[in-house]
Design a binder for this molecule. Structure first.
Ligand code: SAH
Length: 218
């Protein structure tokens, strides 16, 4: 095993051990964790080159997609944002265990942090957190003009993208493309939605916690 595989192995073991006490993931078979958490997180690297970018993962949960991306690309500067304390505890534990440099775990809500950490990341990623019209308000404020927001989504995402146009444009974003990918060999298809940040986000966004979900921009 090389260093990278050792880190994935340790992440898997720690996730399974903590999952007995805390509900961190519904996926519990090691081969499923490899496919649906690790390989899925890493699929981004098939088309997006990460070198030493500043990357933020919003609603990271047990660390996906952020932690696999950091293991595969150790030079990135990674910030993980998570609202639930027990998940933050897990993320801090894992970050120390895997001896990462340049990993910051923040316990908080994207709606608040989007003001403090405004326009300071090259790339924002997020998986399984909210519909795109909500997620755009949560994620795009963090991205520098010239950077990107990439949402990990299910295969059929076209309608969701259509419904998010207003939110994307209001945040200073511009829809670039949907990239489909195959996960494993059993016909699982997923999508990346790629959004460019082309203008600064107006000061009033993101709105206060809960508002993006309660009254999505549309
Ligand atoms: N990205 C992970 C977790 C998805 S579950 C994965 O794909 O496995 C969604 C996570 O987002 C939850 O852990 C929840 O606490 C967090 N979350 C939801 N809304 C949030 C917000 N506004 N700010 C920060 N975290 C949020």
């Amino acid at each position: 095993m090389d260093g990278r595989d050792k880190k994935f192995d340790l992440l898997l073991k720690t996730l399974l051990a903590w999952n007995k006490k805390f509900n961190l993931t519904a996926i519990t078979r090691p081969e499923d964790i490899w496919l649906k958490h690790f390989d899925d997180s890493l699929a981004l690297l098939n088309f997006y080159q990460l070198t030493n970018q500043k990357v933020i993962d919003i609603g990271s949960g047990a660390g996906f997609p952020g932690l696999p991306l950091k293991i595969a690309c150790p030079d990135i500067k990674l910030t993980l944002v998570e609202a639930t304390a027990k998940k933050v505890e897990f993320l801090n534990h894992v970050a120390a265990l895997l001896a990462f440099n340049d990993v910051r775990v923040i316990h908080g809500r994207a709606e608040d942090l989007g003001h403090e950490l405004r326009e300071s990341f090259d790339l924002a990623v997020s998986r399984a957190v909210a519909e795109l019209k909500i997620l755009s308000e949560l994620c795009l404020p963090f991205v520098k003009v010239g950077g990107q927001f990439v949402a990990y989504k299910e295969a059929k995402v076209e309608d969701e993208v259509m419904a998010a146009q207003t939110a994307i444009e209001t945040m200073g974003g511009k829809f670039r493309e949907i990239r489909k990918y195959n996960l494993g060999k059993n016909g699982l298809v997923r999508s990346f939605v790629v959004i460019d940040k082309i203008a600064p986000t107006p000061e009033k966004y993101p709105r206060r916690p809960g508002m993006p979900k309660k009254k999505p921009l549309q």
